[in-house]
Design a protein. Structure first.
Ligand code: RB5
Length: 145
C-alpha cells in the first residue's frame, strides 16, 4: 500500500505545493492535498498546517509536508501538535539530518528561499533517508518527557 503523505501550503507556497504533490504521485506515494486548491493571497498558513499536523499527530499519516514563505509559520503551528517533529529544510543536507538524527515527520519548505527544483530535491532526500536511532532515539524520546 502506498504511503499516505498529507501536504499543505499557504499562498506563498501554493505553486511549490502543487509541484510536490505531482512529484509524490510520480514517486508512488499517496499525497493527501489539504489545500489550498486555488491561489488566495489572503489565506492563512495555520488553516493548512493544522490538518496536516493533526493527521500526523493522530497517526492517520506517518508523514506530512508543508510550505509557506519562510517555513516559520508552518513550523510554529505544526510543532504544537503532540508527536509532530516539523523540520524546516532549505537544503538537502539539513533534510537528511532532520531524518537521520531528528526522525522528522513533517518537512517544511521555505518557498521564498528554495526554487521548485531545489524543493523537489530536498523532498526526495527527506523521503529516502531513514532514522539512525541509537543515541538519537534517546534524545527524540526525551522531547515528550
Ligand atoms: C505570508 O505572508 C507569510 O507570512 C507566510 O508565507 C510565512 O512566511 C509565514 O511564516
Amino acid at each position: 500500500m502506498a504511503e499516505k503523505i498529507y501536504v499543505g501550503a499557504d499562498h506563498v507556497g501554493f505553486n511549490l505545493k502543487n509541484r510536490l504533490v505531482e512529484e509524490l504521485k510520480r514517486l508512488g506515494y499517496e499525497p493527501v492535498d489539504v489545500g489550498p486548491k486555488q491561489l488566495d493571497p489572503a489565506d492563512d498558513y495555520p488553516d493548512f498546517a493544522k490538518p496536516v499536523a493533526a493527521a500526523v499527530s493522530a497517526g492517520n499519516a506517518t508523514r506530512g509536508v508543508l510550505t509557506c514563505g519562510t517555513g516559520l509559520g508552518m513550523s510554529y503551528t505544526a510543532n504544537r501538535f503532540p508527536k509532530v517533529r516539523a523540520a524546516i529544510a532549505w537544503n538537502e543536507e539539513i533534510a537528511e539530518l532532520a531524518r537521520k538524527h531528528g526522525n522528522s515527520n513533517v518537512l517544511v519548505l521555505p518557498a521564498q528561499f528554495v526554487s521548485e527544483d531545489q524543493g523537489v530535491g530536498i523532498l526526495k532526500k527527506w523521503l529516502e533517508t531513514t532514522f539512525e536511532g541509537g543515541r538519537h532515539a534517546r534524545r527524540v524520546e526525551k522531547i515528550d518527557k
